[in-house]
Write a protein that binds this ligand. Sequence first.
Ligand SMILES: Nc1ncnc2c1ncn2[C@@H]1O[C@H](COP(=O)(O)OP(=O)(O)OP(=O)(O)O)[C@@H](O)[C@H]1O
Ligand SMILES: [Mg+2]
Length: 282
Amino acid sequence: MTAGTAGTAGEKDGVIVSVTGLAAAYRVRGEDSPALAGVDLRVDAGERLGIVGESGSGKTTLALALGGMLPRSCHLSAGRIESCGTTVRGAGGETADAAQLRALRRERIAFIAQDPAASLDPTMRIGRQFSLAMRAQGTPMTDAAIDEALAAVRIERPDEVRRLYPHQISGGMAQRVAIAMAVARRPQLLIADEPTAALDAEVRTEVLGLIVRLAEEHRITLLWVSHDIPAVRRWCTRAVVMNEGRIVEEGPVGTVLVEPEHAYTRQLVNALRAEGTEGDGR
Ligand SMILES: Nc1ncnc2c1ncn2[C@@H]1O[C@H](COP(=O)(O)OP(=O)(O)OP(=O)(O)O)[C@@H](O)[C@H]1O
Ligand SMILES: [Mg+2]
């Protein structure tokens, strides 16, 4: 059964993502292992939302669910997901069909994966994969336009980088290429799942700043999954904290990540204070 496209009502209201009562579990050796236990989430156009929480709390599962990108081993047992005007899952369990999901992922949502270098094709020069990705979406780009997109993520000599293979560039550079490709598609929603975990601190700060700047410039709503609380505080407008498959706290970053109410969030923030990293990057 197909849920269909919800039209533009959500967009008019400025609601980019609306999730209610979402429950998900992975099938592991014949047993259900819960990953989301009733998540309600709304993301408005123009927000930069940080999703934080300890490892295994369900952040990636939630992010993937928004694009209908969960692996087969994960099934949704309850809840509704509306992303960028598409009903990915209706309250009755009906789901968008493959064509609708493809359109959603091609035209409105872009993901930057945890290890963007791995998402590049090792057998193809950077410029060629960039141009194929854009052509698949129906908006081909000239080499000059690709160079401009690479320059926008502060890649020097983009015309040279365009001719290289992924193994010939550094991790930081691969990250920039992945960001450039994601942003060039002009999505409504950019989901970045810890895009910087593999980078050293200096490059990380710069890359995060770039994502935020590009998102602002092109009016892209940003949903950013991260363990880096100081960075979320610096760059995001709102934060949600997840714990054991639930959102336990949410609000403006200046409240949630500075004076948290929930014991779990306090523990996260206090751990940073104890490390002396609390003020980093502010
Ligand atoms: N492919 C999978 N198969 C089985 N269980 C999984 C799979 N992916 C995630 N899980 C489980 O689902 C729960 C939520 O995982 P998820 O990856 O969403 O957490 P996360 O918050 O993104 O963690 P991290 O910060 O480590 O990336 C965890 O208990 C995890 O072990
Ligand atoms: Mg994760």
